[in-house]
Design a binder for this molecule. Structure first.
Ligand code: LLP
Length: 438
């Protein structure tokens, strides 16, 4: 997908860049982002919401890939930004992202994070619980400002990959429950706080979701709640944020909808269920993360060693693994791979791709058909743009890879490869211990 193709040399080419050239210039492992595909996804979202005729904001959920170049790109595409921590907020501010379009999430924001965000004059807080509402009010009052608030509510709809469940009560660490009255109470509390301006509500039902039913059910529940709040408290929600969660294709058999179809299903549900509650429909905000960046990402590895256990399995090890992509180890996520320097060679053997960490669970792919690979070959793993770099670690003190954006035959470094110095930069050896060295 995207701008990938196999060139005359039989090499994988992404954004017009031959991966063997990228390896020569940047080394491996390397995260390669197809910039045009990222931009296309941003535009699909913006255009689909525009087509709905509703007021809207599309906030890129930066947790999927929070780096300054991506934040700049999201700004260029007219998107808003969802941040969940001081670190993501700092990244956004350093990248010059307009603060008024930043939305701050999280179920345990610290006073320091709240102060930092208020001082930066961000657009709104998505408040998660009563402790936070009290803290927000206290800090806002001390600073003599009013802050915009969305209340995160749990509609009792929980989506898992390929399915959703509607439960009477939701066992989740996030948000105010609609079902047990907590959300209604939170509206009252927020409304009574002099330095909080209640914009509306937020609901996020899960991630990597293919069906629209879960979202439509959530819209219905939130609309019922909005009606109850309007009738009982005469409070109106100007904004309804429906979160992210739209699924992407990792492997054959994953069949996500087009962004436009998915957005239409949601906005149609809003028109159905919210009509008649207020004099006009609320603004609809969205927070896609994975679906903006995942498919645009490819991780390029160099094949190293192998272990063939006759009749059992052949392991092929690459120069990365769970440190750059923890998803298979964490979620048993599936990925597809190809031999990127011999892309036209027929697949002749079944292998499993191992990482280089000192841990049996460090596997990237179980059972993939590939041409017979040798040490030095290049392996490309697809759909690694979301929750890979952003969840990467230094386990075994492995240095995090570099990342490039590619487009029109040009590659630009957006994340430098970590250095040995980076690995020890925060280490301190107390004098007491250093003295004992022989
Ligand atoms: N908004 C909220 C409040 C969220 O919690 C999330 C994701 C998003 C938006 C973006 O959802 P997306 O469009 O990316 O599905 N690390 C996991 C995914 C965790 C998602 C957490 N929240 C993974 O690698 O699959």
């Amino acid at each position: 997908h995207g701008t990938s193709r196999i060139n005359d040399a039989g090499h994988l080419e992404i954004g017009g860049c031959d991966v063997t050239d990228l390896k020569a210039e940047y080394g491996t492992p390397l995260y390669i982002m197809d910039e045009q595909l990222v931009r296309r996804r941003c535009r699909e979202y913006m255009e689909a919401y525009k087509a709905s005729g509703l007021g809207f904001q599309v906030a890129y959920a930066s947790k999927a890939l929070s780096i300054m170049a991506m934040v700049r790109l999201a700004d260029e595409e007219g998107m808003s930004l969802d941040v969940v921590s001081d670190g993501e907020l700092y990244t956004a501010l350093q990248a010059g992202f307009p603060a008024e379009r930043i939305h701050f999430h999280g179920n345990n924001k610290t006073s320091e994070e709240i102060e930092m965000a208020i001082d930066a004059k961000i657009g709104c807080f998505v408040a998660d619980n009563l402790v936070e509402l009290n803290l927000l009010q206290a800090i806002a009052a001390r600073k003599e400002v009013t802050v915009n608030v969305l209340l995160r509510v749990t509609p009792g709809v929980e989506a898992h990959t390929h399915e959703y469940t509607a439960t009477g009560q939701t066992d989740s660490k996030f948000g105010f429950d609609i079902g047990n009255g907590a959300a209604y109470e939170a509206v009252k509390v927020t409304n009574d706080k002099t330095n909080l301006n209640l914009l509306g509500v937020h609901s996020h039902i899960g991630s990597q979701i293919f069906e629209t039913e879960g979202f439509q059910l959530a819209v219905e529940r939130v609309a019922d709640f909005a009606r109850t709040v309007k009738e009982g408290l005469d409070v109106e929600f100007k904004v309804v944020n429906l979160g992210g969660g739209f699924g992407i294709r990792y492997v054959e058999g994953d069949t996500p909808l087009q962004v436009s179809d998915y957005v239409k299903a949601i906005t149609d549900a809003v028109k159905t269920y919210f009509t008649g509650i207020y004099s006009s429909l609320p603004e609809i905000w969205a927070e896609p993360g994975r679906s903006i960046v995942a498919e645009a990402g490819t991780t390029l590895y160099t094949v190293g060693t192998e272990k063939d256990i006759p009749g059992v399995r052949k392991y092929l090890a690459v120069d990365g693994g769970m440190t750059d992509n923890p998803r298979p180890a964490l979620y048993q996520s599936k990925y597809e791979a190809m031999l990127a320097n011999r892309a036209n060679d027929p697949a002749t053997e079944k292998v499993s791709i191992a990482g280089k960490c000192c841990e049996s669970g460090d596997m990237l792919i179980w059972d993939v058909e590939l041409p017979k690979a040798e040490s030095g070959d290049l392996l490309a793993v697809a759909s690694t743009g979301a929750y890979n770099y952003s969840m990467a670690s230094n386990y075994n003190r492995i240095r995090r890879p570099a990342m490039v954006f590619v487009q029109n035959g040009q590659s630009d470094l957006v994340v430098r490869r970590e250095s040995y110095q980076d690995i020890i930069v925060n280490d301190v050896v107390p004098e007491r211990i250093a003295k004992q060295a022989v």
